[in-house]
Design a protein around this ligand. Sequence first.
Ligand SMILES: [Zn+2]
Length: 250
Amino acid sequence: MALLTTEALVLRGYKLGETSKLVVLLTRERGKLRAVARGARGARPRYQSALEPLSEVRVTLYGRQGSELLRLGNAELLHSAFRAGTKSLDAALLLSGCAELVDAFCPEGEVEEKVYRLALAVVRAAEAGATPELLSRYLEAWLLRLTGLHPQLDVCASCGAVLPSGRLQYHRPAHGFVCEGCGPATGPELSPAARALLVGFIRRTPESLMGSAGPECRELESFLRERITFHLERDLRSPRVIRDMRRAAS
Ligand SMILES: [Zn+2]
């Protein structure tokens, strides 16, 4: 009897033996889990494009409750990320980075409904023509926010004073932005434009991120990547995740 039928996002697939694949799924109901897809490779692959990264699928899973590795039964493709990925090289890079980051941020077996919806919204926005670089920053900022790791943008991380408008100074020991009085800050510094972009991510939808990405987007890239790398090295035990993150950041 099937253990579970659920919607899921495919995060990764690894070759397994001659004809199988090990797939990492972010399921809507049970969070991230791993399953063996028998017959997924070879001359007549069973699942065709349903197991490509960021495909949205409805899967039936077999196995024991609490088992670390399940067996994949049916996988019905609900939505493919293929069209979004063929828009441009930047869009393809966004999607592969998206799958890796979501994988890295989600611990196995914890329900991550908000992360699931975030990843889905980013894929749909890429398909609708939103700017990949802006979508990448949006995803990074929101992953930090959903895991409680995004620094506050309006109050000092040391003394709680309201931060004046304008540039922001990050202070690494405080894990946040600090006021003049609590400085000198270690940096990095965020320009007013980068701050405005980051603030805008809180209320904007990913579909609204159209148009060219300015220098403030590149500024945010190094800032957000540094926060993410720090978080992953501290909190995740898997060295693979860190290696992947370094590769994605280089
Ligand atoms: Zn302060």
